[in-house]
Each structure stands twice: as structure tokens, then as C-alpha cells.
Design a protein around this ligand. Structure first.
Ligand code: 4AD
Ligand code: MG
Length: 467
């Protein structure tokens, strides 16, 4: 077996070169058959489909296969001849000549049985769920989407900026933060007021995990023009929902000389190109998810690619919601933040397409957003998607130093923490805009999965950091 090179299952399934000796390595998904012939489905993760290995009972009696552990979950190598398949469901199969077992999986103890499992059960065995059809599909799509993000920006002249994970400013106000410290658990140094003295901490100040790379992204945009970040972000909100994680990945482009209009155009083109990429590059995985979980998935993805997003202001949206026949749990009033029931009404019932809401009241948005002429609203934009709600949040940024300082005072954002950020407005300030796309919310949309905990390998949420 040693001088034969291993081929991936996907390459074999696509191969037109038949009647040749091949070697595959992977995990047994199923073994079935009778006393004349056994069929072993082997999957190596290279794609959705497994390859069928046909084991003739003369050479591989069922009892021997069982005794060797050639069963669901075992890691195996199979050498044999690639031939046209007699059966339906696959075009090629391997006639086994030699089967080597690397690692068996005790059928009584192995948690993944042939019968399906609930997604909730699989969350409890997140270390094994990548071996299921569902999570294999989700993880391959997740990879494809990461790649597509980088490809889109690279193709359009953007530079990838690595913004810090540990931050000394907790000023963005995007959410509660996780403290990062090396001080003693039991006896931290205290200051005169009796509080922990972080000046004695590792960085000489209190530090946290970042909630966003935006502020550093803005710094880079003021030099490189078109940049983006794509990294992990952390929020310690106690949000136990199917749309929130405590650790999630965010993509944040930031562009010099962009206004809100340009920002919306970028967001729409970017999202459409990502969905198009998934349709083109992940057909098997998407077809499976469509058939298994959500019969409308493929139609919805195509719809998003083919139709313009509806653009309107927050104020216009509030008028629509106030006139809606539907009763909402939370009342709608100009000046309050929209709840996801409102967002979903606009997207799923009223417009029946993705929506970009703009010009929100300044008091419900971050300090850095550019003030509109009316002094009441800011140049914010949220992109709302069917089944998801907010998938993107962004804005044109306030580029006027005095106005920015005033907003910081009004919102109690300390200037001394952000002196470096304010310098971008002191020296060569320019109009600019950007946004943040929640990567897991994108994956939710693309895969049609219902819970955000099922689109990241190892989810982090309140009371859960297993694995
Ligand atoms: O709207 P957010 O809070 O915006 C920002 O952080 C800005 N700094 C982005 C920018 O302008 N550069 O978050 C952006 C997106 C949301 O629209 C949502 O998709 C996602 O990040 N998001 C979450 N995803 C999963 N779990 C959470 N707890 C999330 N919070 C936000
Ligand atoms: Mg937001």
C-alpha cells in the first residue's frame, strides 16, 4: 500500500480515469450488506459525498470486517480498484483489495449512531459533531466564506489589517467587555479607593478583549485608503439567543473618502458576491442543507443575489411599523431602538427582501457616527436580512474634530483613552465610512441553520466554554 499515493474522496468521485488502483483514507460512515458483499461508505471530509467501497465476502467476510472494527466511526485506509458503479447513487466505487484499520470506534460507546441526532444533542459533543453530514457541510461552507471574504477585498484593492485582540480602551460602547489580567485572583493590589490597581497589571492599565477592530481600522484607512479587518471579537452581554455569541468573528472594511451611499453600495455588493460564491462553490453542501433543514434555502440565496436591497431611513421605517396591522410585543416609537420583531416585519412581511435602514437617532448609536444636518440623526446603516435581522451595522464616521469631541462628552466617552483616535481628526482628517459584518450571522444565512451555536466549531455563550 505504501508506494501508492492517497487520493481524496472528492477527486475520486470526479475522476473519469477508471479501472486503476487507488488508495483512500478516511472514516467509515456506514457499513451494510449481506453475506455475499459488504458496502462501506468512506468519507475523508474533502467533500459532502462519501465513496462506496465494495468488499467481496470471499475476501472480506462480514464477521472479519466486524472483528477488525470496520464499522461506523473507524479510521481506515482502503486500497482497491476504482470502477464504474453498478448501483445507483454514485458513478464510481472502489472494489476493495486491502483494508487497514487505523483506529476503531467501539459501537456501544461511540456517541454518533447511524440514526440522526438532534442539533441540541450534537452541541453537547462538539468535539465529534464535525464528523456528521450537517457539520461537515457547515464547516466547509464556513471555510469557503472566509476565503471569499479575503478574495473579494483582495480583488477590489483592500488591504487586510490585523487589529489588536487585547485593547486598552473600552470606549467603543459596542458591548460589555471581558477583562484581561494577570493580577492575583485572591490578593490583587488595591489602590487608595480600595479598587483593583490595574496600574500594576501586565500592561500597566486595565485591558479587555476587543469588541471591534473598527477604531484601529479607521487609523489604517487614513493611510492605506481601503482596508478591512477579519478577526475574533468578544462581547460579555448575557444574551442567550440564537443570534448572539460571546466570541464571534467580524469583518470590518473601512474606506477613506467613502460616504454613507458608497458604504451601502459596498455592503450590498459584498454580501451578494459572498452568496454568489457559496452558490457556485458549495453546491453539494448547500443542496444537503436545503433538503434536510430548509426547503427554501436555495431559493432565498438566489433571491438575494438577484434583487436590489430596499433602502430607507429609520424614520420611514418607524412610520411603516406604526401603520402595521401586526401587533408587536415592544411598542414602536421614534427614538427607541428597533427590536428584532420589528426588523423581521420589515424584511419578511413588508418588503420581502433585504433592507438597509439608515439615519438612526443619534442617541441609540455610537459616538463616532457622523451627525446629520438636522442634529437629531446620524449617518448609520444597518443591513437587515430575512430570518436573521441585523447582519451588518455600520456608518459614515464623524470626521470633524470638534463635533466628535462634543459627541464624546455627551456620551461620556473619555478623551484621554482615545487621544490617538482623535489625532486622525487632527491631522489630515477625511470623510470615511465602514461597517461590520457578523461572520456567524452570514453563515447562518448561507446555511439556513437556525441557531448561531451551530455555525461555529466551538461556540462560546453564557455558562459555556467547554471544548
Ligand atoms: O453593529 P455592531 O455592534 O457594529 C460594530 O461593532 C461596528 N464597530 C462595526 C463597524 O462599523 N466597523 O456589530 C456588527 C455586526 C452586527 O451587525 C452583527 O452581525 C454582528 O456584528 N454581531 C454579533 N454576532 C454574533 N454575536 C453577537 N453577540 C454579535 N454582536 C454583533
Ligand atoms: Mg449593530
Amino acid at each position: 500500500m505504501s508506494d501508492l499515493r492517497r487520493t481524496s474522496v472528492q477527486d475520486l468521485l470526479r475522476s473519469t480515469e477508471l479501472d486503476r488502483e487507488v488508495l483512500v483514507k478516511g472514516w467509515v460512515r456506514t457499513r451494510r450488506g449481506n453475506k455475499y458483499v459488504q458496502f462501506i461508505a468512506v468519507n475523508d471530509g474533502s467533500g459532502f459525498n462519501s465513496i462506496q467501497v465494495v468488499a467481496n465476502a470471499e475476501q472480506f467476510p462480514e464477521e472479519k470486517l466486524k472483528a477488525d472494527g470496520v464499522d461506523n466511526g473507524a479510521a481506515v485506509a482502503v486500497r482497491g480498484k476504482l470502477v464504474a458503479s453498478q448501483g445507483k447513487g454514485q458513478s464510481v466505487e472502489i472494489q476493495a483489495e486491502e483494508i487497514t484499520v487505523y483506529g476503531t470506534a467501539d459501537q456501544d460507546a461511540y456517541p454518533l449512531q447511524k440514526k440522526g441526532h438532534t442539533l441540541e444533542f450534537l452541541r453537547g459533543i462538539a468535539h465529534l459533531r464535525p464528523r456528521t453530514n450537517t457539520f461537515g457541510a457547515v464547516l466547509r461552507i464556513r471555510h469557503a466564506m472566509s476565503f471569499a471574504v479575503h478574495k473579494y477585498f483582495n480583488d477590489h484593492g483592500y488591504f487586510y489589517i490585523h487589529t489588536p485582540i487585547i485593547t486598552g480602551s473600552d470606549a467603543e460602547g459596542a458591548g460589555q467587555m471581558f477583562r484581561v489580567t494577570t493580577l492575583s485572583d485572591t490578593k490583587p493590589p488595591l489602590n487608595e479607593a480600595g479598587a483593583v490597581d490595574y496600574s500594576q497589571d501586565f500592561f500597566g492599565k486595565a485591558t479587555n478583549l476587543t469588541v471591534s477592530g473598527q477604531l484601529e481600522g479607521e487609523v489604517a484607512a487614513m493611510a492605506l485608503g481601503k482596508v478591512y479587518t477579519f478577526g475574533p471579537t468578544f462581547r460579555a452581554e448575557n444574551s442567550n439567543t440564537a443570534r448572539h455569541l460571546a466570541e464571534f468573528w467580524m469583518i470590518e472594511p473601512e474606506v477613506a473618502f467613502f460616504d454613507l451611499q458608497d458604504n451601502m453600495d459596498l455592503a450590498e455588493d459584498f454580501l451578494k458576491s459572498l452568496v454568489r460564491y457559496a452558490l457556485e462553490h458549495c453546491p453539494d453542501d448547500l443542496q444537503f442543507l436545503n433538503d434536510q433543514y430548509d426547503k427554501e434555502l436555495l431559493n432565498r440565496l438566489k433571491f438575494v443575489v438577484e434583487n436590489d436591497f430596499q433602502r430607507l431611513t429609520y424614520t420611514e421605517a418607524v412610520d411603516i411599523l406604526k401603520g402595521a396591522k401586526q401587533k408587536f410585543e415592544f411598542p414602536v416609537d421614534w427614538g427607541t431602538d428597533l427590536q428584532s420583531e420589528h426588523e423581521r416585519y420589515l424584511v419578511e412581511k413588508h418588503f420581502k427582501k433585504p433592507v438597509i435602514l439608515t439615519n438612526y437617532p443619534k442617541d441609540i448609536k455610537a459616538f463616532y457616527m457622523k451627525l446629520d444636518e438636522d442634529g437629531r440623526t446620524v449617518r448609520a446603516m444597518d443591513v437587515l436580512f430575512p430570518g436573521i435581522g441585523e447582519i451588518i451595522g455600520g456608518s459614515q464616521r464623524e470626521d470633524d474634530l470638534q463635533k466628535l469631541q462634543q459627541r464624546m462628552q455627551e456620551m461620556h466617552v473619555p478623551e484621554e483613552d482615545l487621544w490617538w483616535y482623535l489625532d486622525t481628526r487632527r491631522f489630515g482628517s477625511a470623510p470615511h465610512a465602514g461597517f461590520g459584518l457578523g461572520f456567524e450571522r452570514l453563515i447562518l444565512f448561507i446555511t439556513g441553520m437556525a441557531n448561531i451555536r451551530d455555525v461555529i466549531p466551538f461556540p462560546r455563550f453564557p455558562k459555556s466554554a467547554e471544548f
